[in-house]
Design a protein around this ligand. Structure first.
Ligand code: ZN
Length: 417
């Protein structure tokens, strides 16, 4: 049935331009941070386009925006979409491509008069980026939890504003959207996104079929020694936490990633107390961002990191404390939905490769409540979270074709006969 419906590539490219104008930066990117005036403007534009086509518009208590095209049946909808918020110096495609390609799918089906059994809905999730209010993926997380975690309400935005106030103002700014409960039942979710890495471009493959998202753990490690005079303290009297940290990190950088090509080990924050040029530090504290697609490997690597730091601290006469302050389990997307994507690619004669996502996406959280999967398209030099982010028009259009064909495969295979 999907060969009767064609995405309108020109319309999609124009929509990408129109949305890129909202929050446009002089360097050609966008600054459309979550729940900002610009974010509200983008939501309004999408809602107006939807209402003009006779689709229904809804929002839930965290301002996830839903555009509904009814089906023959009245069961739970199938969702397609992404996000409209951006990084402060973000690109035009991160999130916007997936949201607008999903809207293009709805419009193309409408143009071709194709009915689906299941209602189809475009979703734009709130605050995927997490740059103004942390954490990211708030909208999809709250959707999967069926609630807004209370501790988010008082969060202060990096550009000002309190989360609950900004959320309220965003909801109020779109009175045409009917309110809906949080976390209603859905039959599945598909998200098109730019790869944000170089592998598809390097291998000249237009479509990535994403089979999972690697798990993440964030650790904070503090090594406590004794502050003393840099000039007068002989080696044998030193309890220097810096030597312990340097030793432990050298060992970990030499082993974790070199011995496991799927592991990612990053130390992004490093603080020294009291931070004086002529004092041996009292303590050093650093963070570890650890990622791996396999939960068992994450356990093993976390234990290795904690033990390595403890041993190094011990050798230097120091103490080490470790705490895990964030954890996200790896997700693997279901075979049945991935098979729909394989069939769609075959039908559209698009070359694909199976790949893992290194970054979080809303699909990770949605996968906790319904079958979910993702489609990646290449971006130039793998560059993202950057105003120079660029996707070839042909790749944007191929991604939308793939999303439409996959959606039709999925609604016919997941739905009632
Ligand atoms: Zn994104």
């Amino acid at each position: 049935m999907s060969d009767q419906a064609q995405v309108n590539g020109e319309r999609l490219l124009k929509r990408l331009d129109d949305f890129a104008a909202i929050g446009a930066t002089p360097a050609g990117g966008v600054n459309r941070q979550a729940l900002s005036v610009e974010d509200r403007e983008a939501r309004r534009l999408l809602a107006e386009l939807a209402l003009a086509r006779g689709f229904q518009v809804f929002q839930d208590p965290i301002a996830n925006l839903f555009i509904r095209r009814g089906g023959r049946g009245d069961g739970p909808p199938f969702l397609i979409g992404s996000h409209l918020d951006s990084q402060p110096t973000g690109g035009r495609f991160d999130g916007a491509l997936g949201t607008l390609a999903a809207f293009e799918v709805l419009e193309s089906l409408e143009d071709a008069g194709i009915e689906t059994e299941m209602p189809l809905e475009v979703v734009a999730w709130t605050n995927e980026e997490g740059s103004r209010f942390s954490p990211g993926c708030m909208g999809s997380m709250a959707f999967s939890l069926k609630a807004i975690p209370a501790e988010w309400n008082d969060l202060r935005g990096s550009t000002g504003g309190i989360f609950s106030d900004e959320l309220h103002a965003t909801l109020e700014a779109l009175p045409e959207a009917r309110m809906r409960p949080m976390g209603f039942p859905i039959t599945g979710y598909l998200e098109l996104h730019i790869e944000q890495g170089p592998s598809l471009e390097r291998e000249n493959i237009p479509v990535g079929i994403v089979y999972g998202i690697q798990g993440t753990r964030w650790l904070e490690i503090t090594i406590i020694g004794q502050a003393s005079h840099a000039g007068t303290t002989a080696l044998s009297f030193r309890r220097d936490p810096m030597t312990a940290a340097a030793t432990a990190l050298k060992t970990l950088f030499d082993t974790v990633m070199p011995q496991d090509e799927l592991a990612r080990f990053t130390v992004g924050r490093f603080a020294v107390e009291p931070g004086s040029v002529n004092a041996i530090p009292a303590s050093v504290t650093f963070t570890v961002d650890l990622r791996h697609p396999d939960a068992g490997s994450l356990d093993m690597l976390e234990a290795l990191i904690v033990k390595t730091c403890a041993n190094a601290a011990d050798s230097a006469g120091c103490d080490a404390r470790s705490r895990r302050f964030f954890e996200m389990s790896p997700a693997s997307f279901p075979d049945a939905l991935l098979a729909c994507l394989d069939r769609a690619a075959k039908e559209q004669t698009l070359a694909t490769k199976r790949m893992l996502s290194g970054a979080f996406h809303d699909a990770l959280f949605v996968s906790h409540v319904a079958p979910a999967a993702m489609i990646f398209v290449p971006c130039r030099d793998g560059l993202s979270h950057n105003e120079a982010e660029y996707v070839e028009p042909a790749h944007s259009i191929a991604g939308a074709r793939m999303l439409m064909a996959s959606t039709l495969q999925a609604v016919s295979s997941l739905g009632p006969e």
